[in-house]
Design a protein around this ligand. Structure first.
Ligand code: ADP
Length: 267
């Protein structure tokens, strides 16, 4: 059973640090001077524009965004409220569609997919974490996680409860498995939401202000958990206005008025 000490297996990806590899192999592509990245980007966004039609006219939210994220990276997209962060994340997760431009995730052009295919693709390939957790209030914690597995069908029915319990153990909540979300704290709910995001063992996690609704101490614990997942080989993209969260990333990209401004190394 995939589980805790050996949590949800992640397919080996070239370019991701691995224990016994020579030091150069353990560097991320952008850290190797004078070389081109040896792997394809996991996310490749090009010429992305998104405008919303409102009664007051067109509101441009993204104005020509190009972005590449490499396997195994922890990237933070940092900017003020209204800068376009949620819009960008909605394009990368396929929750919304661009006005123009391309979004490739693991080589798949998600902007061209039908809604049905996109929903199935998202269930199998992507873990999404939201600011307000978005757990189903009438289901127990374990049911919230098994539901994500029921939807995708990646794991056989007989394995789902054990796997959900293993994921709850990974986030330190196995003793609360039968509670409903309102019976645990906000920080604990976000941990469950992270466990749910891992339900189908996606290589890519995307989080929209994952600590935005938590006090700073609780937020620190959630960040430790996310960072640990990156260290185990997952790719993480977080959008945030929180400098401390952004500072934990390998790479921070600033967004302002729908445009990516600059990049800086994170931690
Ligand atoms: P952020 O996540 O950085 O706060 P958003 O992506 O939510 O920014 O918003 C970027 C811009 O797009 C803002 O001007 C916002 O008002 C506008 N916007 C976002 N969603 C909608 C919508 N559904 N309809 C109209 N305008 C929107």
């Amino acid at each position: 059973m995939p589980g805790l000490s050996d949590p949800a297996p992640v397919a080996p990806r070239s370019g991701v640090p691995r224990g016994n590899q020579p030091i150069l192999d353990s560097l991320k592509p952008e850290q190797i001077p004078g070389t081109h990245p040896p792997v394809d980007p996991l996310i490749e966004v090009s010429g992305l524009h998104k405008s919303y039609r409102t009664s007051a006219g067109e509101v441009p939210a993204l104005r020509g965004v190009d972005l590449q994220v490499w396997p195994g990276e922890f990237v933070a997209i940092h900017g003020k409220s209204g800068a376009g962060k949620s819009t960008l994340i909605n394009m990368v997760t396929g929750i919304d569609r661009p006005t123009s431009g391309e979004v490739l995730v693991d080589g798949v052009a998600i902007h061209t997919m039908t809604d049905d295919r996109l929903a199935r693709w998202r269930g199998k390939n992507l873990g999404v974490v939201f600011q307000f957790f978005q757990l189903l209030p009438s289901l127990s914690l374990i049911e919230n996680i098994t539901l994500a597995m029921d939807f995708s069908g990646v794991y056989p029915v007989v394995e789902r409860r054990d796997r959900a319990l293993a994921l709850l153990e990974q986030v330190g909540l196995e003793n609360h498995a039968r509670k409903i979300p309102s019976k645990i704290s906000g920080g604990q709910q976000q941990r469950v939401a992270i466990a749910r995001a891992l339900a189908n063992d996606p290589g890519l996690l995307v989080a929209d202000e994952p600590t935005g609704n938590l006090d700073s101490q609780t937020a620190g614990g959630v960040l430790d958990l996310l960072q640990d997942l990156v260290e185990r080989g997952r790719t993480l993209v977080v959008v945030t206005h929180d400098r401390e969260l952004a500072g934990r990333a390998d790479r921070v990209i600033e967004i302002e008025d729908g445009k990516l401004l600059s990049e800086r190394a994170g931690r």
